[in-house]
Structures are given as C-alpha cells and as structure tokens.
Design a protein around this ligand. Structure first.
Ligand code: GN1
Ligand code: MG
Length: 359
C-alpha cells in the first residue's frame, strides 16, 4: 500500500495505513503521517467496474470541489480547507493513479477531528438540512453540461425498474420464487414511482446539480457538532432535489439500520423528517419551485423504493454490485428497505400536511 501512496504529492512521510469499513462500493483507507501532527490522507481504490469513466469522475470532483471553495470564499467563510474536500494530485500531476494491475486510486486530504452519524438527533437533523440545502444552492450555477453522469441514469426510476425486471427475467441464481412477494410489492408501486420522470419530460419538474448519495453519514460534523463538510462526491450530477432530500430521509429517518435483521427496529421517524425539512427549506426555499417543495415527501418514498429495487435486483443477480457480508445480505437489506417504505407510506399524509403548513 505504501507503494501506492508514494505516487501522490503528500507533504510528509507515510505512517500507518488503516482500512476503513465504510461504503458498499469503493475501498477506503486512512493514511497517517509518520510524524505526529502531520497531515493525514483519505485514500480510495475506485471501483472502476461501477465508475467506468474514472477520468470523467475525477474531473467532476475537481470541478465541484473547486466551485465550492470559490463559493465559500465569496461568502466570507473561514477554515475553507475543512469545509470542502481537497484532492491530492499524483506526482505526475494527475487526479488518480492507475497501478500495474489496472486499479485506480485517488487521494484526499483527511479532514481531522470530525465525525459522522448513522443515527442522528432531531437537533442535528435540522442543521444537516441547512447544510444540504446550502450545498445544493452553492452548486446551482454549475451548468449541467460541465458534469458527466458518473453512472448514467443513476437515480432514474424507469431505468432502475428496467434493470430490476431484467434481473427477474434472468433469474440468474434461482432466487425469484422465494422473493416473488417482494417483486409483486415493487410492481404494484412501479407506475406511481416513475411520476417524477414523467413530470420532467412534461417540463414541469427541473433537474439541478445534486449530491446523489446524501446518506446521513456522508455529512461530517466538527467537535462542536456543527456540520462542517459533505463528503463522497462520486455521484454529484443533475437530478431531482427530492432525490437528495429522500436519500437523507431513507437513512437518517430510519429508526433501524439499512440492513437490520430485526425488522421491528425499522420504522420512519417523523421528528427527524420535520427537523430536517425545516432546516432544508430555510436554506433551499429561495431556489425551489412549488412543485419541488410539494414533492419532497415523495422523495422519501421514492429513494427508499429505489434502494429496495436496487438491493433486490442485486440479490436476484447473485450479488454482483454491492459488497455483502453474508449470502443473504442483499435480501436482508431489501426486507429492511421494504419495511421502511411501508412505514413512510403510513406517515405520508402527515408528511404532506407538514410541508403544506410550512410553506
Ligand atoms: C452505495 O458505497 P456507498 O455507501 O457510498 C451506492 C448508493 C446507495 C448506497 C446504499 C455508487 O453507496 O447509491 O444508496 O450504497 N453508491 C453507488 O447504502 O451505487
Ligand atoms: Mg457513495
């Protein structure tokens, strides 16, 4: 591993290299400095079977992080190096390094003395809402053609359903019979869940630059529990704002874990929804259209449904996409997402009423 690190423009001698157990796609490591107090780094092996255009991916990240730095400076913010990720170039001036085996590596400066949450309080959810609203706001003037879709059609529900149906048709590892009940539940909701794509085609719903992976733990907090930096920029691309809103709800609003074995733990937490929505609308209301605000609760349903569809498709395909801990992991994830979806559906009228009363 030191072998890899030496190709990057680090400012100090490399100390310990620790693997991190985060994410379902890339492999991540912390590279400590040998000398105490020196800069540490966040090293990642990019899964290039999933992110096929690594050059485009890294260009996106560079463009977005540079843009955020300019925006924060213009707003008079201090401590900008802790508020935006900084890519470390290789010694030959590139934004990634490809090793002899063909693997792609990238490095960021590690933002120290920060933490993230898998479970969050309502108070922190309010701050998180403001932070993600600001993030979208700062990116709103990047023109869409400057960014590539690092994974084409990433949050396109029609496309995800096509992939899902193909997985059902192929039945590659014979898992369809046992999961037919969940396949039916997905199909029952399929037409409704594609409504945003139809609204987009009709010109009624815009796309904006989104983060597209707003899991609660992709927001770093500082020692005072203030949001400091949004991380994991792999999927920043145009999409519906309800997607980012919805993915935060799917993760932070879940009283259980994404892959909880005990489904009794899984339900939707309305207090988190209310606080996050308040914070988010405070920073995002100025640029959102009425239909975008109205559809925010739909986003919570959509992203949970989409994740269910993606996990189950992967289970049916024989676990080719997400990292798994055990052979039933994707099934377990699917069941937990389905339970959450049902709970969101039960709370949906109250969510809509809350939005209507807030605006
Ligand atoms: C993947 O690897 P990670 O945790 O950043 C996935 C997201 C899913 C998420 C589910 C590129 O994100 O879309 O929502 O797992 N990322 C990709 O936890 O597919
Ligand atoms: Mg991610």
């Amino acid at each position: 591993m030191t072998n890899i690190v030496q190709h990057f423009q680090t400012t100090n001698e490399t100390g310990e290299i620790r693997p991190l157990k985060i994410g379902h796609i890339n492999d991540s490591f912390i590279v400590e400095s040998k000398i105490k107090g020196g800069e540490s780094y966040f090293l990642q092996k990019i899964n290039h079977h999933i992110f096929r255009n690594v050059v485009g991916l890294q260009d996106n990240i560079r463009l977005v992080t540079d843009h955020l730095r300019v925006k924060l400076a213009a707003a008079g913010e201090s401590d900008i190096e802790r508020k935006v990720l900084r890519l470390v170039p290789t010694k030959t001036g590139e934004w990634f390094y490809q090793d002899a085996e063909g693997s792609y590596w990238r490095m960021y400066v590690n933002i120290e003395n920060t933490h993230s949450y898998d479970v969050i309080t309502a108070e922190l959810a309010y701050k998180a809402g403001e932070a993600f609203g600001n993030f979208q706001c700062m990116l709103s003037d990047i023109s869409h053609d400057q960014l590539i879709e690092t994974i084409p059609n990433f949050h396109n529900m029609e496309f995800r359903l096509e992939q899902f149906r193909e997985a059902v048709r192929n039945n590659a590892v014979g898992r369809v019979t046992d999961t037919q009940w969940m396949i039916d539940e997905i199909e029952k909701r399929a037409y409704e869940m594609c409504a945003p794509e139809r609204l987009y085609r009709e010109g009624k719903l815009p796309k904006r630059i989104n983060h597209c992976d707003t899991k609660v733990n992709n927001l770093l907090f500082d020692k005072k529990d203030e949001p400091i930096c949004i991380v994991d920029m792999d999927t920043v691309m145009p999409g519906f704002v309800m997607s980012d809103f919805g993915d935060f709800m799917r993760t932070a609003g879940n009283t259980g874990k994404e892959d909880d074995i005990d489904l009794n733990n899984v339900s939707f937490n309305m207090a988190i929804f209310k606080s996050y929505t308040k914070g988010y609308l405070e920073s995002a209301k100025a640029f959102l259209t009425p239909i975008e605000i109205e559809l925010l609760p739909f986003g919570a349903r959509l992203l949970t449904y989409m994740q269910l569809t993606r996990f189950l498709a992967d289970y049916l395909n024989g676990d080719t996409y997400y990292k798994i801990n055990n052979p039933l992991h994707n099934l377990q994830r699917s069941k937990a997402q389905f339970k959450l979806l049902v709970s969101i559906e039960e709370n949906y009228p109250e969510m809509e009423a809350f939005i209507a009363a807030t605006i």
